[in-house]
Design a protein around this ligand. Sequence first.
Ligand code: ZN
Length: 187
Amino acid sequence: METPDIEKLISQLIKHIDPDPDREGLKDTAARVARSYDKLYSGYDIDPKSLLTFFDSEQYDEMITCRDIDFYSTCEHHLLPFYGKVHIGYIPDKKIIGLSKMPRIVEVFARRLQNQERMTSQITNFMQENLAARGVGVVVQGKHLCMQARGVEKQNTLVTTSAFRGLFKKNINTRSEFISIVHGKKS
Ligand code: ZN
């Protein structure tokens, strides 16, 4: 990312918004915002495949669920944050991945300009394609500042998206089991 250009652009933006852009409080804002973008948009620079380490499932063929993974992303329509929880479940076929990898995979797809629907399918497809799992389910619950900060009476709106592949799509019992775990009715 070309930091000096971004700094310049942010300075122009600040001048456009604030009648007193040279005041003390705004002095280093452009530089700080540019630096924060390195983190907020770091997902473009990481190949999620590089995060994967596989283990033998040792005949374990039941559902594996990682619930309540925090994510922070940026809405591509308004450049405002959306954030919340991702829940991932899969049924392995011979190979499993380290549990700590799932939050890292979420991170790669969240740290981009995104919409929640695409982020949900990207995580699902990535899991399905790389694990060759018997099924994958992903549920994302997000709060969008573009809804909350701009509108009234939308303060607590939670947007839920989901995607299912393999057994999670075909088998209603598998999907129900996953949804129960997501809602904390089963663990
Ligand atoms: Zn938005």
